[in-house]
Ligand binder design. Structure first.
Ligand SMILES: Nc1ncnc2c1ncn2[C@@H]1O[C@H](COP(=O)(O)OP(=O)(O)OP(=O)(O)O)[C@@H](O)[C@H]1O
Ligand SMILES: N[C@@H](CCO)C(=O)O
Length: 309
């Protein structure tokens, strides 16, 4: 039977100052989804590997099938498909796990149908899936996972997505402490309103980060990794947050923030050289706290999701 496999990378959403509007993709990890045409209409999740038996097989709950169904609804087609998912990302980690599944599924299904959509036009279907997974239709994981690179979501209504410049040598280190934080829980601690003072500080940092990317000004990028809107509330959910931040900055990170809704923390650095000392410094803090941590480091992924031949 005819089938297509696709890969979608992990992502760092928010990038400190860009709550729900900035994200980038990383090379280190991702999900693989195989989509196969089947007789008769309807979607079916056939197998899920690497999730420890925890992900839903129901088509209205799994982000793979929610995304493909949204695409088929737009096409007005009733095509039958079997879906096989290989999770390469830990759940509830803040590395865009639900997004990578949705994006890989869409890229595979679109290819199987003869590419009725341009890649960038798959984004609204991935957002529907993100909303099903965590209650919020944010695009800062799905957009970079689909398109690769550093992405700005300038507006959601209508969707206006802009790819930003990625400086040569920009390197990311991810620190994933061994516990789960659901995006829905991590969003529930946020406040509905922001003061004028904080709005000014946050806008300055978003503008600074984007200018830093285009000017390849690593110090400016580092100075702009500041979040006064989400981080103060979410940091309370992540043991050792401020101690780790101090340690990794002393070890050579340009700055550190929460990856997406956490608990994974990300740092940016100029080149890969600092990653080893950043990881060592963070591990020393987590050892004192008594929390295990997985560490990864990676260049920014430029390609985004793609079909595996
Ligand atoms: N294919 C899927 N892959 C991952 N999670 C899925 C999938 N389908 C549904 N979900 C649901 O999405 C939730 C995981 O989403 P959550 O947003 O908490 O984690 P995450 O995507 O790793 O985090 P973040 O968005 O902060 O990076 C779980 O409740 C899970 O059941
Ligand atoms: N922007 C989203 C990303 C979730 O990964 C949030 O911070 O809730």
């Amino acid at each position: 039977m005819q089938s297509v496999k696709a890969f979608a990378p992990a992502t760092v959403a928010n990038v400190s100052c860009g709550f729900d509007i900035l994200g980038f993709a990383i090379d280190a990890m991702g999900d693989v989804v195989e989509v196969q045409l089947k007789d008769g209409p309807g979607l079916r999740v056939i197998s899920i590997e690497g999730d420890g038996g925890r992900l839903p097989y129901e088509v209205e709950k799994n982000t793979c099938t929610v995304a493909i169904q949204a695409m088929l609804d737009e096409l007005g087609q009733e095509v039958g498909m079997n879906i096989m998912l290989k999770k390469g990302l830990p759940l509830g980690s803040g590395m865009g796990s639900s997004a990578a599944s949705a994006v890989a599924a869409l890229v595979a299904a679109n290819h199987l149908l003869g590419e009725p959509f341009e890649k960038k036009n798959l984004l609204p279907f991935a957002i529907v899936a993100e909303k099903a997974a965590c209650g919020a239709g944010h695009a800062d994981n799905v957009a970079p996972s689909l398109l690769g690179g550093f992405v700005l979501i300038r507006d959601y209504h209508p969707l206006d997505v802009i790819k930003l410049h990625v400086p040569q040598g920009l390197h990311c280190t991810l620190l994933h402490p061994h516990f789960e934080l659901k995006t829905s829980d991590s969003r529930s601690v946020l406040r509905d309103s922001v003061s004028l003072k904080h709005s000014t500080i946050q806008s300055g940092n978003v503008a600074g980060l984007i200018a830093g990317l285009f000017q390849e000004d690593f110090d400016l990028i580092g100075r702009s990794l500041r979040d006064v809107i989400a981080e103060p509330y979410r940091a309370t959910l992540i043991p050792g947050f401020y101690e780790v931040k101090e340690a990794v900055k002393a070890a050579g990170a340009l700055g550190m923030g929460i990856s997406g809704s956490g608990p994974t923390l990300f740092t940016l650095s100029k080149g890969a050289e600092a990653s080893e000392s950043i990881i060592k410094a963070a591990q020393e803090v987590y050892d004192v706290i008594g929390l295990g941590v997985d560490a990864y480091h990676s260049a920014v992924n430029i390609r985004g999701a793609y079909v595996l031949e």
